[in-house]
Ligand binder design. Structure first.
Ligand SMILES: C[S@@+](CC[C@H](N)C(=O)[O-])C[C@H]1O[C@@H](n2cnc3c(N)ncnc32)[C@H](O)[C@@H]1O
Length: 200
């Protein structure tokens, strides 16, 4: 059901993603930046999977013992996250939310994960939403990707080093962006990833 509090533009975006998720049968997986850097998660606290889609990151965070929220504009995706969380016995607060209009509140999460979603207008809000020592995990597509994957529109793809520049106020713990340097037959090429920590 469409959420009447969404703007007309947000409702269009919701409809676009609902259609995709209605057709999707793929099992959601946690993103690479989270899987490879599980050791940098806090042992306890609150976590947010922002623009969660089918919730691959949220299940992972909840399974680590973090109290987890999952927000997405797609009600189809959120219904699916609720059902899956229940089947897996995980407690996840899954909500339909337009994060552009309603970003996370300041100092509200110990961990925020964003994968394959880019809204540059949210940069300051994400940094402010971290609690002291909180960690941001971010991973998304770059403009210089060698393969034709991810969104077509440049506005949804990162410039060279952009993630690093966006989150410079954080202490950068991990950064990876290979683009088209060296032997393109190996490596991890189409996205950039970052883990940053907010100073206390
Ligand atoms: C490419 S998917 C990524 C989903 C998930 N993070 C992943 O990595 O599989 C982008 C997601 O952003 C969501 N989205 C787009 N605009 C949004 C908004 N304004 N507020 C919340 N979610 C939004 C879409 O519904 C979609 O689930």
């Amino acid at each position: 059901m469409l959420n009447p509090s969404l703007s007309a533009g947000a409702r269009q975006e919701q409809a676009r993603w609902n259609e995709r998720y209605q057709q999707s049968t793929s099992a959601p997986q946690p993103c690479r930046v989270l899987q490879e850097n599980r050791h940098l998660l806090p042992r306890t606290g609150t976590a947010l999977d922002l623009a969660c889609g089918l919730g691959g990151n949220a299940y992972f965070l909840a399974a680590q013992g973090l109290e987890t929220w999952a927000w997405d504009i797609s009600d189809v995706a959120i219904d699916r996250v609720r059902q899956t969380a229940q089947q897996r016995g995980l407690l996840i607060h899954a909500d339909i939310r337009d994060v552009a209009a309603n970003p996370p509140a300041p100092v509200s999460f110990d961990v925020i994960v964003v994968s394959r979603f880019l809204d540059r207008g949210l940069t300051s809000a994400l940094i402010e939403a971290l609690k002291p020592n909180g960690r941001l995990y971010y991973q998304t597509f770059i403009k210089q990707a060698p393969e034709d994957v991810g969104p077509k529109e440049d506005q949804f793809r990162l410039d060279a080093q952009e993630l690093l520049n966006m989150f410079r106020p954080l202490r950068i713990l991990v950064y990876r962006e290979e683009a088209q340097v060296g032997d393109l037959t190996s490596g991890w090429r189409n996205e950039a990833l970052l883990v940053g920590q907010k100073e206390p």
